[in-house]
Design a binder for this molecule. Sequence first.
Ligand SMILES: [Zn+2]
Length: 501
Amino acid sequence: MSAAEPMGVNKPICMLTVLRQFLFCFGLLVTGSLSVAQQIQESQEHFPREPANIFGIGDDLFDYLSRTDIPFDFHLERPDHVDVWVDESEFQQLVLEGWEIQWVPDLELPYWEPPKGLAEDFITPATQYPTFEQLTAFLQRMAIDYPDLCRIESIGQSVQGRELWFLKITDNPDLEEDEPEFKYLSTMHGNEIVGVPLMLNLIGLLLEDYGSDDRITDIVDGTEIWIMPLMNPDGYSRNPRSRTNANGFDLNREFPDRVDDPVNSPEGRPEEVQAVMNFGFNHSSILSANFHGGALLVNYPYDSDFSVGEGVPSIPPQPGWFSPDDGLFQYISRLYSMNNPPMFNSPFFEDGITNGISWFSVYGGMQDWNYEWLGCNEVLIELSNPFQPSSSTLPQFWEENRESMLSYMEQVHIGVRGLVTDSRTSQPLPATVVVEGRDHEVFTDPDVGDYHRMLLPGIHTLTYSAEGYRPKTVQNVVVEEGDATRVDVELDREFSGIVLK
Ligand SMILES: [Zn+2]
């Protein structure tokens, strides 16, 4: 631990900020626009935690942080410090304990100005970052323009009352069908913003090219797609943008965790986390990804493990760091990165992919929760080294990610699929499916009884079970490349130990 001089306890107010705020207010007087005024007033609201840097990185720092609730982030591109988000008392406590901590100067926090034009003017492919209002108007317009292909749904409200939007895209959007559910979520960290316009680009592509592009048509016809372009609208809408939600919580540290928080209940968690958890419980997602920024890579489970504390591990990889589906995760992660040359050629990570713990471990992440409790294969994708790259670079980011995003979605169709039904009534069953040799369950969608077990090519043995039914094992299921092998299974009801036929 380096016991350096504290750099000053009170956050300095930069003159430029004062000037900038004055200019904002002056601009308001001139335009007299109430909605813009409300937007700016809201956007400058106080968040409990502000960004700071801690220098003098070592295991002891990570050990220390792991015993606190302080959100932190670490990137190999900036190896001399750890980013933390702290309130005044947490800052003072860190100073007292001898850590070399500095507030991030206002000058280094990129302010943004509301884009010109009306909310309705936003179009894709994006050449600017949308405001929350533009994002909302865009999604609503898509739902109106493509009524046969999509539905807009709010899964709840943020702390400050913004809607948490999902757009559902599929053929027959009001029908439960025998098809896998896929989801993309972006920007649970409000200052990691590239994914927001890219999600809107993807939505535009899927809807506009449906019917004219065979590949897009196949994806939309065969998949129930859910896209949440902005999970932390309060942090994103604030000026400067914030990693945390409006109550100072890092949303990627607040999910249930197999190591230190194994109760799979939304109770007591941040609003945005509760909404996403409840969405997860009400759906049967098979594959998903969540988009971040600040690095360029795909990060796959696990992020948390019993063998290490929080932070950068000082020991070589341990067996417990890797999930039972590690080969599958490496395959789908590499598929994403290999279509994105800057990511694939990462100077830090071979092929631009990494096991979560090997990079740095976190507890309470959304990715592990999806895998562990929903049986959904989720990875975390870092889209850009800068947190907030210039809007002029958005066309290039879209170019580098469009094929990756489509290829990744198509992987929801590999492995084994089918229906699990009652042998007498043919009714769909809520059932679990387990592959021999892998300690991991996936679940049927109880509405239709369909399951989708992603697997790489090979010969597998699968066991199907449902409460009140006799389990059934199917051996020698051959999985080939491409579309999943179909195995429909009928289970016999068991009553007091007697199997009803
Ligand atoms: Zn992030």
